[in-house]
Design a binder for this molecule. Structure first.
Ligand SMILES: Cc1cc2nc3c(=O)[nH]c(=O)nc-3n(C[C@H](O)[C@H](O)[C@H](O)COP(=O)(O)OP(=O)(O)OC[C@H]3O[C@@H](n4cnc5c(N)ncnc54)[C@H](O)[C@@H]3O)c2cc1C
Length: 205
């Protein structure tokens, strides 16, 4: 395949499939670094709601629904660099990066509960995993992704696993179902070591 460099990016038309952050980031870089005009970038989305895994819907009167809580850590250097060139909707003089940091300093999160049932806080001082289930979780981390193939989470763990505090926290935090991809769970479990370093997850996994 021969590659030809496009020397007139202002005339290029780019079609991105999906409106998730991957496409949105591509669009920003195409505008910022490659000089492609925004009007020439076309984002095609099959869903009714835009944003992919970062979607959100609703209004101030009825409330908002987002698929999952997303952690935007300070060490996401590329992410914050990306957003530093995007003006805030409320104040175009301020970038989305600065707006977010300012918001986080003003409104420190103060979570008081990990799990609720019938409006009451549950005791999650233990993940409720048996030794065998903990071992199974550890074994998952050491499996190669290829060997997991298209297996589901329920193909790996025993039925009781899905009644543990660990599963309730895990599945509600990351929108997993029993039938979700085991390989995806393994990936996220590995990533969680980084996100939640120092937390009890180290022991559980
Ligand atoms: C509950 C939850 C919590 C998470 N928490 C974090 C977190 O804390 N920190 C973090 O860094 N990451 C987190 N993630 C992961 C992160 O949100 C995703 O990795 C990221 O948003 C994926 O972006 P993407 O653009 O690659 O794909 P997606 O967001 O999946 O977007 C793909 C888009 O393409 C569309 N599409 C697919 N096929 C077609 C087609 N043929 N035609 C048109 N459109 C199509 C889909 O409808 C979708 O809108 C979380 C994810 C979830 C679900």
């Amino acid at each position: 395949m021969t590659r030809t460099r496009n020397r007139t990016p202002e005339n290029a038309h780019v079609y991105l499939i999906g409106s998730g952050i991957a496409s949105l980031a591509s669009a920003v870089l195409l505008i910022r670094d490659a000089g492609v005009p925004g009007r020439n970038i076309h984002i095609l989305e099959k869903d009714r709601i835009a944003g992919g895994a970062l979607d959100g819907s609703g209004d101030a009167e009825h409330g908002f629904v987002a698929r999952g809580g997303q952690m935007h850590e300070r060490h996401y250097a590329c992410y914050w660099d990306l957003l530093s060139g995007i003006p805030s909707l409320e104040n175009p003089e301020v970038s989305v990066t600065d707006e977010t940091f300012e918001f986080n300093e003003r409104l420190i999160s103060h979570g008081q509960a990990r799990l609720l049932k019938d409006g009451r806080r549950l005791d999650v001082s233990s993940y409720g995993l048996s030794l065998a289930q903990q071992a199974r979780l550890l074994k998952l981390l050491y499996e190669s992704e290829a060997s997991l193939g298209d297996r589901k989470i329920e193909d790996w763990f025993d039925g009781a696993f899905f009644g543990t505090n660990f599963w309730f926290i895990w599945s509600t935090m990351f929108a997993f179902q029993r039938w979700s991809s085991l390989a995806e769970m393994r990936r996220l479990c590995g990533a969680s070591f980084i996100w939640w370093r120092g937390c009890r997850i180290w022991v559980a996994c």
